[in-house]
Design a protein around this ligand. Structure first.
Ligand SMILES: Cc1cc2nc3c(=O)[nH]c(=O)nc-3n(C[C@H](O)[C@H](O)[C@H](O)COP(=O)(O)O)c2cc1C
Length: 175
């Protein structure tokens, strides 16, 4: 059975993106999906001064884990139109410790926010930049207006249909 690692790039205890990742994982029953909760990760801000030999343990462990999985579900919040510093820092660490860390494996890239844009500006940015780290963005899904569209832990029918289509596109890209 193919193994999927799923996580949200948020450090907010009530993260909407983390909730979306959990919900998405609950919709997949023919793959092993493991949700990684990185909300409490305390990782120093990357500096070139830390190259090459000061690597946070969590980053080393994440690189090892990524190597063991066949695909990834990643959901990123958006802060001021960009990637939140918390997540960008992790991506910068990964870029310095693993060349093409995602090794051309498929990624379902998601985003959500309380606003009508659903974090699309940053999702587009990540669609463009994550491939430099080896991510094959096989499918993308954005959920706007999280509090309206996700109620009692469930998506409305219209959004659920869109998310299922994205999951289908993602899983069919798994080798
Ligand atoms: C500093 C800051 C900047 C934000 N900028 C945006 C933004 O540009 N676009 C957006 O859709 N939401 C923005 N938001 C609202 C976030 O979408 C919201 O806080 C959401 O909870 C973040 O996702 P998370 O719950 O998974 O952490 C911002 C929030 C903060 C704290």
């Amino acid at each position: 059975m193919k193994k999927i690692l799923a996580f949200a790039g948020s450090n907010y205890s009530k993260s909407m993106n983390h909730q979306l990742v959990n919900y998405t994982a609950s919709l997949i029953d023919d793959l092993e999906v493991n949700v990684l909760d990185i909300r409490k990760w305390d990782i120093p801000i990357y500096s070139i001064d830390m190259d090459p030999d000061q690597t946070p343990d969590l980053i080393s462990k994440l690189i090892k884990q990524i190597g063991e999985y066949d695909g990834f579900i990643i959901s990123s919040p958006e802060h001021n139109g960009g990637t939140p510093a918390f997540f960008k820092n992790i991506l910068d660490w990964l870029s310095r410790r693993g060349k093409k860390v995602f090794a051309d494996k498929p990624v379902l890239l998601m985003s959500t926010s309380p606003g009508g844009g659903g974090g699309a500006t940053n999702r587009k940015f990540l669609e463009h930049t994550l491939p430099y780290q080896g991510a094959n963005i096989a499918a993308a899904y954005g959920l706007p207006s999280f509090p309206q569209n996700m109620q009692d832990g469930k998506l409305n029918d219209e959004q659920l249909k869109e998310l299922k289509a994205a999951i289908q596109q993602f899983t069919s890209a798994l080798k």
